[in-house]
Design a protein around this ligand. Structure first.
Ligand code: ATP
Ligand code: MG
Length: 415
C-alpha cells in the first residue's frame, strides 16, 4: 500500500462540494469586479521565483520543490503572483487596456514543517491589478477579499493594514533598524542573521520568541515613511472607510515576500490558531520591472483556500451540496436494459442527473443502491413494464410507486 505524501490531502467526493461552492463564489465575485481568470503553469524556471519572491525569502531559501531536467532548473510554484507577472510580460498583456485585472485559483507547493493550516500542496485564490499606482486599486483588491469572507458568512475576522514604504524611505529605515539590531546580532537565529543581511525588516515576520522580544522595541517603518508613502497610506484608509470595511493598523505586518512596497495587509482569523492569516497581500510597484517588464505597478493578494474552509467549518458555514442524483434507472432483462439506456440519454439531455446500476444486480439490490446514494426517484423497467408499455416510477422519499406512460415521465419528476 502506497500512502499519500506527507503534507498533501485528498479532497474526497463527500467534501468536494465545499470546494466547488467556494470556487463558484470566487468566480462570481471576481466577475462582479470585472476580473478575468488567468491560468499559468504549475512549474516555472526556478530563477523566476528567485528573482520575483527574492533570494533571501524563506520560500526560496528552503521551501521550494525544485528539480532539474535536461539541464534546466525548474520549480513547482510556491505562490501565484510570479507566474502571472511572467505571463503578463511574455505575452505583452501590458499592450491591452490597463489597468489589467486578473484572478487565479492554483495549487501551490512549499516544503514546510506541517502544522494545522499548513500543507505542502495547498490552493491559493489570488487577484492582481497591474497598471494602477492609485490606492483605489489597493482598496479594490482588499474589497474583493472582504466580500468573499463576508459572503461566505464568516464572522470575527480582522483586516490588518500597514505600509512598508518605498525603496526611498525604506533605505533610511533599513539603516535605523540595522543600527538597532546590531547589538543583538549574536542572539539572532541563523534565519534572523540572514534576514539581517538581506532584508532586516523581515525579522518582524519571525516566530522565534527570542527574536520577537528583540524586535519589540525596534523602530517601525511607519515612523519613517516619506511624504508620498504617508499620503498613500492615509488615502488607503480613507477609501476603506468609504467602503465601510473595518480595519486595524498593524505596524508589524511586513509580509513574507520581498517585492512588496507601500500597502501590506492581512485578513486574520482567530479560528485558525497559530497560522492565523487566511489572506495576505499588498503592493509591488517594482516587481514587473524587476522581472524584465515595463515599469508598471501592481497590487494583489493570495488567499489560502484550505485555511478559508477551516474557518468556515469552525463557524458551521453551510455549503450547498448540489451533487444529488435525480433518477436511478433500475432495469431487469436485456430488452429493459436497452430501454434504460435510451431513457437515460433522454433524461440527461433534459437536464436530470441520472445513474444506473451498471453491474446487473437484482431488482432489490438495485433499489437498495438507489436508496443509499440518495436518489430522488427510481424508474423500474422489467419485462412487465415492457409488455404493458409503461414505466414504474418510485418516489424514494416515501416508497410509493405509480405506473406512468413513458412519454409523460418528465411531468412527474420534481428536480
Ligand atoms: P504564513 O506566514 O501563514 O505561512 P505566508 O506569508 O507564508 O503565510 P503567503 O505567501 O502570503 O503566506 O500566502 C498567502 C496565503 O496562502 C496565506 O495567508 C495562507 O492562507 C496560505 N498559505 C501559505 N502557506 C501555506 C501552507 N503551507 N499551507 C496552507 N496554506 C498556506
Ligand atoms: Mg509561510
Amino acid at each position: 500500500m502506497i500512502s499519500i505524501p506527507k503534507g498533501t490531502k485528498d479532497i474526497l467526493p463527500k467534501e468536494v462540494y465545499k470546494w466547488q461552492a467556494l470556487e463558484e463564489l470566487i468566480r462570481e465575485i471576481c466577475g462582479n469586479y470585472g476580473f478575468s481568470e488567468i491560468r499559468t503553469p504549475i512549474f516555472e524556471h526556478s530563477e523566476l521565483f528567485e528573482r520575483g519572491i527574492g533570494d533571501g525569502s524563506d520560500i526560496v531559501q528552503k521551501e521550494m520543490y525544485s528539480f532539474e531536467i535536461a539541464g534546466r532548473r525548474l520549480s513547482l510554484k510556491p505562490e501565484g503572483t510570479a507566474g502571472v507577472v511572467r505571463s503578463f510580460i511574455e505575452n505583452k498583456l501590458y499592450a491591452d487596456p490597463l489597468p489589467a485585472k486578473y484572478y487565479y485559483i492554483t495549487p501551490c507547493f512549499r516544503y514546510e514543517r506541517m502544522q494545522k493550516g499548513r500543507q505542502r500542496q495547498f490552493y491559493q485564490f489570488g487577484v492582481e491589478i497591474f497598471g494602477s499606482e492609485d490606492m483605489l486599486a489597493d482598496a479594490e483588491v482588499i474589497a474583493i477579499g472582504y466580500d468573499l469572507l463576508t459572503r461566505l458568512g464568516l464572522k470575527g475576522f480582522k483586516l490588518h493594514i500597514n505600509s512598508i514604504g518605498c525603496p526611498k524611505c525604506r533605505e533610511v529605515y533599513r539603516k535605523k533598524l540595522m543600527d538597532y539590531l546590531r547589538p543583538h546580532y549574536d542572539q539572532l537565529s541563523e534565519a534572523g542573521k540572514l534576514r539581517f543581511e538581506t532584508n532586516p525588516m523581515r525579522i518582524f515576520d519571525s516566530k522565534d520568541p527570542a527574536e520577537k522580544a528583540i524586535v519589540k522595541d525596534a523602530p517601525r517603518m511607519t515612523e519613517y515613511l516619506c511624504e508620498e508613502c504617508t499620503i498613500s497610506f492615509s488615502d488607503l484608509q480613507a477609501k476603506l472607510a468609504a467602503l465601510e470595511i473595518p480595519f486595524e493598523l498593524d505596524r508589524d505586518i511586513v509580509r513574507g515576500l520581498d517585492y512588496y512596497t507601500k500597502t501590506a495587509f492581512e485578513f486574520i482569523s482567530k479560528d485558525l490558531g497559530a497560522q492565523s492569516t487566511v489572506c495576505g497581500g499588498g503592493r509591488y510597484d517594482h516587481l514587473i520591472e524587476q522581472l524584465g517588464g515595463p515599469d508598471i505597478p501592481g497590487v494583489g493578494f493570495g488567499l489560502g483556500m484550505e485555511r478559508l474552509l477551516l474557518i468556515a467549518e469552525a463557524q458551521g458555514v453551510n455549503f450547498p451540496d448540489k451533487h444529488s442524483v435525480d433518477v436511478f434507472i433500475a432495469a431487469i432483462g436485456e430488452e429493459a436494459e436497452s430501454e434504460a439506456l435510451k431513457l437515460g440519454k433522454r433524461l440527461r439531455k433534459a437536464g436530470f442527473s441520472v445513474t444506473t446500476d451498471c453491474i446487473r444486480r437484482g431488482l432489490k439490490a438495485q433499489l437498495r443502491h438507489a436508496d443509499r446514494i440518495d436518489a430522488s426517484y427510481s424508474v423500474l423497467i422489467g419485462q412487465d413494464e415492457i409488455d404493458k408499455g409503461v414505466f414504474t416510477l418510485r418516489d424514494m422519499s416515501n416508497s410509493t410507486q405509480i405506473e406512468v406512460a413513458p412519454e409523460d415521465l418528465e411531468l412527474y419528476l420534481k428536480r
